[in-house]
Design a binder for this molecule. Structure first.
Ligand code: 2PG
Ligand code: MG
Length: 425
């Protein structure tokens, strides 16, 4: 099924920043589109998104060069190729770029084509995207990690920790998980509003807080969970993304809000003390992206007490995941399409994570779009967990809603499970 047309144009993400959308067409007239998200707390080892850097245009953020690269070099590389051969297609995109980090043509350019072709392929096969991507093997609906309070780079550093999230442990179905998310999101908001702690919403729809310490966020979260009628730790667990790469300067971790500076050991001990005091089931990026030794030590110290997730550490990169498995540096991997730049490489990263007995968590970016590709990716690969930000704003709800649609489509074949967070190794 040949690709007959590839066209890209500039559209805008949830922060209003320019991004790339590509529309491909196949010989039977089937079309597929792919829209690319963008991170704020990006890892150094991510594939590179190409931005024009022209000061007078969109503050340097336009992506017209990436768009031109799709319409030029990438279109030339894929026109006439078989859309049903995603691996071959992605290999052709990677070869056309020719760099290890996709910086020549731009990871945003490559990914938009890769996603659009996957969509068109599913379309021509008359299959839902998840069925096409997963060879019909995907039946597990993901457990949501839902942001309640935003911080870090998503809220101008108003709290140091980037994501305070909940995991609905008591849910018996995906629908119940969303109901718990709704309850806690609104109750926590009411608690914050009544205390004058609410300043608005951050980039992913979680509340933009006015706290005096990072720990105050945990307290409010616990109150919100209880006020919603749920028992913290039993019904609802806490997940955090420390995004510690952003706190790391000159070999030290800086908690600006609390005027505190820690070395790796002291920072790890602080995280462990949070684990002792709060019902945390998952911790993401507790240490910086190249602090491998610290990660291995922290994992040994935490043991099976919670899920330990590498985001900036792994950047959905197979070689870095291999290194992490060899070093026993974590036990879970955050998965983001645009960190690596093609659909095939993203699926390979998920498969490698699962083969190690670790858990993949499919994730959105802080700059998102209405594209709900990742909902399909999570189900296709039986990833088991999905993180897309908070429980408001349509670029977030588009993903939660798409899983609902997939549930309806799968019917009784759909499964839903709560992982055993406390014995994950
Ligand atoms: C993260 C993501 C999503 P960003 O760090 O996990 O929360 O943020 O897209 O800014 O990297
Ligand atoms: Mg992260």
């Amino acid at each position: 099924m040949k690709i007959t047309s590839v066209k890209a144009y500039q559209v805008f993400d949830s922060r209003g920043n320019p991004t790339v959308e590509t529309l491909v067409e196949l010989e039977d007239g089937t079309q597929g589109a792919g829209l690319v998200p963008s991170g704020a707390s990006t890892g150094r080892h991510e594939a590179k998104e190409l931005r024009d850097g022209v000061p007078g245009r969109f503050a340097g953020r336009s992506v017209l060069n990436a768009v031109a690269n799709v319409n030029g070099a990438l279109a030339a590389a894929v026109l006439g190729r078989d859309a049903l051969d995603q691996a071959g297609l992605d290999a052709a995109l990677i070869a056309a770029d020719g760099t290890a980090d996709k910086s020549r043509l731009g990871a945003n350019a490559l990914l938009s084509v890769s996603m659009a072709v996957a969509r068109a392929a599913a379309g021509t096969r008359r299959e839902p995207l998840h069925a096409w991507l997963g060879g019909g093997q995907g039946t597990l609906l993901p457990l949501p990690q839902v942001q309640i309070i935003g911080g870090g780079k998503h809220a101008n550093g108003r709290v140091d920790v980037q994501d305070f999230m909940i995991v609905p442990l008591a849910a018996r179905s995906y629908e119940e998980a969303l109901e718990i998310a709704f309850n806690v999101y609104h109750r926590a908001g009411a608690v914050m509003r009544s205390r004058g702690l609410l300043a608005g919403v951050a980039d992913e729809g979680g509340y933009w807080p006015q706290f005096a310490s990072n720990e105050a966020a945990f307290d409010v979260l616990l109150e919100g969970i209880s006020a919603a009628g749920h028992v913290p730790g039993r019904d609802v667990g806490i997940a955090v993304d420390i995004a510690a790469t952003d706190l790391f300067r000159d070999g030290k971790y800086h908690l600006v809000l609390e005027n505190r500076v820690c070395d790796t050991d002291a920072f790890s001990n602080l995280i462990i003390s949070w684990l002792d005091r709060f019902p945390i089931v998952s911790i993401e990026d507790p240490l910086a992206e190249d602090d491998w030794e610290g990660w291995s030590k922290l994992r040994a110290a935490i043991g099976g007490r919670c899920q330990l997730v590498g985001d900036d550490l792994f950047t959905t990169n197979l070689a870095r995941i291999e290194q992490g498995v060899a070093r026993q540096a974590a036990n879970a991997v955050l998965i983001k399409l645009n960190q690596i730049g093609t659909v095939s490489e993203t699926i390979a990263a998920i498969r490698r994570t699962q083969a190690a007995g670790w858990r993949p968590i499919v994730s959105a970016r802080s700059g998102e779009t209405e594209d709900a590709f990742i909902a399909h990716l999570a189900v296709a690969t039986n990833a088991g967990q999905l993180k897309v930000g908070s429980f408001c704003r349509s670029e977030r709800m588009a993903k939660w809603n798409e899983v609902l649609r997939i549930h309806h489509q799968l019917g009784s074949r759909a499964r839903f499970e709560i992982p055993e967070f406390r014995s994950s190794r």
